[in-house]
Design a protein around this ligand. Sequence first.
Ligand code: BTN
Length: 245
Amino acid sequence: MERYNNIIELKEISSTNDYALELARTKIVPEFTVIRADFQTKGRGQIGNHWVADSGKNLLFSVILHPTHISANNQFILSQCVSLALFRTVSLFCDDVAIKWPNDLYVGDKKIAGILIENLLNGKQIASSIIGIGLNVNQEEFVGAVNPVSFKNILHKELNINELLLLFLKELDSLYSQIPQNNKAIQDEYLNHLYLKAQQATFKDKDGKFIGTITSVANDGKLHIIDSTGRERTYYFKEVEYLIL
Ligand code: BTN
């Protein structure tokens, strides 16, 4: 029997992450329990954004993990595994796929998927991790999203949403089981597929716009950029923006 056969399918919910958080807070839930919804009335994105997706056309789900072997200050490795699992899944169908730091999935210069990871802590340990993913599949038009793209936009055909979910879970299972013994390989693969790595691009931080080149991502998730004056700048999530012109 597969490790991930516990899939709760819902027609409509406020947010699969909210449902999963409540479940993990109140019940003993096996790892790889998945909550998938056709439609979310209050889908949440990063930094308080909304995640809006048409009903029945996209893959909207949350996976519950219990990464008790990862300390809270080392949690970026989990984010890297999730990004890579999604990268590998999308790459089965499309070329030019990349991970936009820290964990958006891009095809070309457009966003095909977003990831929202929320943790329940027990002291310094992560008791449960809710991995929320929105993957644009068969929707063709988007309102309000920045730079969206779907498989349908790229491939001009529809894909089976449940098959995509199973492909992703297989990849996630394989990567997740390699923590911590293969952390280095996971970090290297993540860096290899980083959007705009080693290419000159325009960024914006609290002091304004600058031109720079991404050189690496540290194991704690910090982005390193060398600017055009040769100065190294480092940023945590949301301290810097990419300006896609
Ligand atoms: C982002 O801002 O890029 C992250 C988007 C994450 C959206 C998914 S959809 C399924 C899950 N439930 C939510 O409410 N959000 C995540």
